[in-house]
Design a protein around this ligand. Structure first.
Ligand SMILES: [Zn+2]
Length: 424
């Protein structure tokens, strides 16, 4: 789960649905925006709509019936999830507004036990929002947190489709830039009813979030979504991906959260997000040990790329990353990131070969510990492949009879495993 999908060129280049599938009427609109220029950011000179375009356009009634689960492909609706009833108390875990494509609603509300309560951390208030010296607000740990521990769960304020979608046909005679402008305008108008449905506290929290897209024609709501959206890999439109895989970015939904969206970026993250469909909630867990007082970070871009590529990905957020990995980036650290997955894979393979030999000596640990040191220094011990390395180190220590050391490394693997088990 990461930010940045809204700015990904992939979102625009790929067709939303394969051509041989039965196409909902609305995919005609998606087709209209194929091949459009990449979403702009920064200062865009002309963000006006074409003078002959009807700027009073509004989406058709989008309010959905809370008790209805199945909708047709022609519907784009807004729903409060879980439903909120005028004569009843609000859900103790809060509510989200969800802008959904018709057939997708049942993927959540049709789940057994829906709406389940959101998972609770072992301690309340494990983090707090406060000012940072240079990044506005940030989220900080209030106690020591172990890798794998749930820090907080929350129902998002808003969940919307990730990719830009035109909600009604765009006349073909406009330039590509103007078509994109119209699509963004329609996007903004489609989100308005969802934000209108929020209660005052939610609306205030939403509008208080950062917006790094104030001058590129995004619109005030869509700008906040582009800046703060967290991609939900397991909630998407169209056919369900195979087990263990995410929806392609252009099919995914994105969540804007009161707390999760406040977590700042670092290329050395310490937080991992996951989304539970049955409770419609975002979980933030520690992807490495965190000390009380430390700031929580997650990465708004893929971390396994060079510092220059990360800088490019982060530009739409309007800041330059000053994390230690960026400040001290070298060709060697770029190489380590690029080769990280391969090196872990190689170590695991080599070790399974070595296990066949009855003779073990302590020097066999050297390359493993050296890789572990490099990876940790670069902050890649937050990545999901890291526990495979710690498991190999644990096995190596065990084969040398160094049980205490083995257990220390094995625990990291166990903690990651139990975190994965908790995910939908
Ligand atoms: Zn960085």
């Amino acid at each position: 789960m990461k930010r940045g999908f809204l700015n990904s060129s992939k979102v625009k280049k790929q067709r939303l649905y394969a051509q041989n599938e039965s196409k909902p009427a609305s995919t005609e609109y998606f087709k209209d925006i194929e091949g459009l220029p990449k979403l702009a950011y920064g200062r865009v000179e002309d963000t006006s709509l074409p003078s002959d375009y009807d700027a009073s356009w509004k989406p058709e009634s989008m309010s959905s019936d809370a008790s209805k689960t199945h909708y047709g492909e022609e519907v784009v609706g807004t729903t409060t999830i879980p439903p909120r009833f005028l004569d009843g108390p609000p859900d103790p875990d809060g509510h989200s507004e969800w802008l959904f494509w018709g057939p997708t609603k049942v993927k959540v509300v049709g789940l057994p036990g829906y709406p389940r309560p959101i998972p609770k951390p072992t301690h309340p208030n494990m983090c707090v929002v406060r000012s940072t010296p240079d990044k506005g607000l940030g989220v900080f740990a209030t106690r020591d947190i172990k890798v794998g521990e749930l820090i907080f769960s929350e129902r998002p304020l808003l969940v919307v489709p990730t990719g830009i979608r035109a909600m009604s046909p765009i006349p073909k005679h406009y330039s590509q830039e103007k078509k994109l402008q119209i699509a963004m305008f329609q996007q903004e108008k489609s989100v308005e009813p969802a934000v209108d449905r929020m209660d005052e506290a939610q609306k205030k929290a939403f509008m208080a979030l950062a917006n790094s897209h104030k001058e590129d024609g995004s619109g005030p709501l869509y700008g906040i979504i582009r800046t703060n959206g967290i991609g939900l890999g397991n909630l998407g439109d169209g056919p369900k991906p195979p087990a263990g895989q995410y929806y392609p970015p252009q099919f995914m939904y994105t969540a804007i959260c009161e707390l999760g969206s406040r977590i700042n970026h670092s290329c050395m993250p310490n937080v991992k997000f996951s989304f539970k469909l049955s409770s419609f909630s975002l979980q933030s867990s520690a992807s490495k040990d965190i000390k009380a007082g430390e700031e929580l970070f997650y990465s708004y871009c893929p971390v396994l790329q060079t510092a220059a590529d990360r800088r490019k990905d982060l530009a739409p957020y309007g800041f330059e990353c000053k994390c230690p990995a960026c400040l001290h980036a070298t060709p060697a650290t770029d190489k380590l990131r690029a080769e990280f997955l391969d090196r872990i894979r190689r170590v695991v393979q080599a070790w399974s070969e070595k296990c066949k030999s009855p003779v073990h000596d302590i020097t066999m640990l050297d390359p493993l510990l050296e890789l572990q040191k490099d990876v940790t220094r670069e902050g890649l011990d937050s990545q999901g492949q890291y526990p495979f390395l710690t498991e190999v180190i644990a096995t190596a220590y065990m084969s040398l009879g160094m049980v205490g050391q083995a257990q220390r490394y094995q625990e990291v693997k166990h903690r990651w495993d139990s975190m994965a088990k908790d995910e939908d």
